[in-house]
Design a binder for this molecule. Structure first.
Ligand SMILES: Nc1ncnc2c1ncn2[C@@H]1O[C@H](COP(=O)(O)OP(=O)(O)OP(=O)(O)O)[C@@H](O)[C@H]1O
Ligand SMILES: [Mg+2]
Length: 250
């Protein structure tokens, strides 16, 4: 069953077609990777689907519902949560506080702002549960400016998870990571996928990561879909090899 469907989706910046006439569907319960060279339109794809920019043309359906043009907060409320290509956390807050802040937003409507947050046992338990899922319990009281880059990116995944989304978008979760940190992130994504059975949609430049974790791979080139298939199909696709994979480590 499709959790996300795009019909002839386009996004133009002036004359640049960052996303051009994309029609695709994302299956529920799968890890789909979106790959393509720099400037292919991957981040724009996320920005349009998550409501940062309205599309120039086309439609977006989430669980069968038309969400085209909804603002980011509404898209998030529907159950799509994203991380960003560039690290995006509160560096002066601790790991736990970052997760808790995300949860407060998620549970926001039922909170009383005149009560200290640590008196909310549900909030505290949920924060600890997210921390456990991402394996950072031992860093919970460390301010985020004092943790490693790899840990910061993992905190971002925790923030994404806090809203218990149905569909998770991760934009280059291993950007700037060394090989050890990359392996840790890949294992975490696999583990989260197994534990939460959430649908993941990931953008990634490291082809080892892409082929290791994806059920399905979509290849973009200058805003257009070049290919859509299983890792095996993509590996053997001549057009993809010519346009993209040939120049990359595999
Ligand atoms: N806010 C914007 N305003 C104008 N042009 C933009 C904007 N965002 C993206 N673009 C242009 O759209 C095209 C696609 O960019 P995008 O960032 O989506 O690519 P990408 O695949 O994420 O690249 P990368 O791998 O470098 O992250 C590029 O030509 C880029 O310059
Ligand atoms: Mg990008």
């Amino acid at each position: 069953m499709a959790i996300l469907e795009l019909k002839s989706l386009s996004k133009f910046f002036g004359h640049v077609a960052a996303v051009s006439d994309l029609t695709l569907s994302v299956k529920k319960g799968e890890i789909t990777s979106l790959i393509g060279p720099n400037g292919a339109g991957k981040t724009t794809f996320y920005n349009v689907v998550t409501g940062k920019f309205p599309p120039t043309a086309g439609k977006i359906f989430f669980n069968g519902e038309d969400i085209t043009g909804l603002p980011p907060f509404k898209v998030w409320e529907k159950g799509i949560s994203r991380s960003f290509q560039i690290t995006n956390i509160f560096k002066n807050l601790t790991v736990l506080e970052n997760i808790r802040t995300a949860l407060i937003v998620h549970m926001g409507k039922s909170l009383n702002f005149f009560r200290p947050v640590d008196q909310y046992s549900e909030l505290h338990e949920k924060s600890l549960r997210v921390l456990k899922l991402i394996g950072l319990e031992d860093r919970k009281d460390t301010p985020c400016h004092a943790i490693s880059h790899g840990d910061m990116r993992i905190v971002e995944v925790g923030i994404v998870l806090a809203s218990e989304p149905k569909l998770i978008f991760l934009d280059e979760p291993t950007a700037g990571m060394n090989p050890t940190e990359t392996m840790r992130m890949v294992n975490l994504i696999k583990e989260l996928y197994e534990k939460t059975s959430t649908t993941f949609f990931i953008t990634e430049h490291d082809m080892n990561v892409v082929f290791a974790i994806s059920h399905r791979i979509i290849v973009l080139d200058r805003g257009k879909m070049l290919a859509d298939g299983t890792p095996e199909e993509i590996r053997n696709n001549l057009e993809v090899k010519k346009a993209y994979l040939g120049g990359l480590k595999q």
